[in-house]
Design a binder for this molecule. Structure first.
Ligand code: G
Ligand code: G
Ligand code: MN
Ligand code: NA
Length: 249
């Protein structure tokens, strides 16, 4: 309860910020996208991670204004980054909110951000709780030209039918699957067949949490389109992305 009140104060007092983690093209290594990752530093200097506060924000509903703040801020930052794709995490409570697609449309219109350069990351739990509402919202969002990616794939139970039903534009292979694929044959088979399936369904594939060159080689050979991980870049402030992209162009 206390954290919930602090989240409200944090939002009005400007305690939130966004760090961006680049995604690189698996073959040439250039930055093709960035993922927005929410950061919270309270007045007293204490940093609290999203894994801790997002669940509280979801339960209390304050994730809705926070999520819109993230979208607006990220889109404004990303306007400076040319044709780099912007990826934003969306939680279940946001997707269940019928206002969400309307607000998203307003943000796109007010900022003039190109919708096809925006990607929303959803997780399986976002969709299984209320698949009918979720699918309706996703249809509206896709109508704007925004892409949808399935985050954390390999950690849950997402079935083949599920992938077909929601026709995600991208699959993000979870770090745990990438790590395990380098360690045992069963996990490796899962990683290989997940990528093959995604590609057969015309989805883009990003491998997450790549920390070693061995993992990078493995997922590249398996057919991943993009790689995200500390081997290349950690999440960083917007100003550092400005500099990286200026250098790359
Ligand atoms: O980098 P990191 O520790 O920040 O992220 C931890 C988790 O928090 C990830 O699962 C990520 O998807 C989630 N997360 C980060 N930023 C946001 C956000 O803006 N909205 C939502 N809903 N989740 C986020
Ligand atoms: O759940 P989601 O994929 O949205 O969250 C991404 C999370 O993974 C963030 O917490 C981010 O900081 C973290 N992350 C990104 N790259 C790496 C990596 O190479 N290694 C580890 N351990 N974590 C990573
Ligand atoms: Mn994500
Ligand atoms: Na993930």
């Amino acid at each position: 309860r206390e954290l919930e009140g602090d989240l409200r104060i944090g939002l009005t007092e400007g305690e939130f910020d966004i760090a961006y983690q680049p995604l690189v093209d698996a073959n040439c290594g250039s930055i093709v996208a960035v993922e927005a990752l929410l950061r919270w530093e309270r007045q007293d200097g204490k940093k609290i991670g999203p894994n801790e506060f997002i669940p509280v924000a979801e339960e209390s509903g304050i994730i809705n204004p926070i999520g819109l703040w993230v979208l607006r801020k990220a889109v404004c930052d990303a306007l400076r980054w040319g044709n780099v794709t912007l990826s934003v995490n969306i939680s279940a409570a946001q997707l269940r909110n019928p206002e969400f697609p309307i607000k998203l449309g307003e943000i796109l219109e007010e900022t003039g951000y190109p919708p096809h350069q925006l990607e929303l990351e959803v997780t399986e739990t976002c969709l299984v709780l209320d698949p009918v509402v979720a699918e309706r919202s996703l249809d509206v969002i896709r109508g704007f030209g925004v892409r949808i990616s399935l985050d954390d794939f390999g950690t849950g139970y997402a079935s083949i039918g599920f992938l077909r039903q929601f026709r995600f534009e991208k699959l993000k292979l979870d770090r745990s699957l990438v790590v395990q694929a380098g360690e045992d044959d069963g996990s490796r088979a899962m990683m290989l067949s997940s990528i093959a399936l995604a590609r057969a369904l015309k989805m883009d594939v990003t491998a997450e949490g790549v920390e070693t060159t061995e993992q990078a080689d493995m997922v590249r050979l398996a057919g991943a389109d993009q790689i995200q991980g500390w081997l290349y870049y950690k999440a960083m402030p917007a100003e550092e992305i400005d500099a990286l992209i200026t250098k790359q162009d």
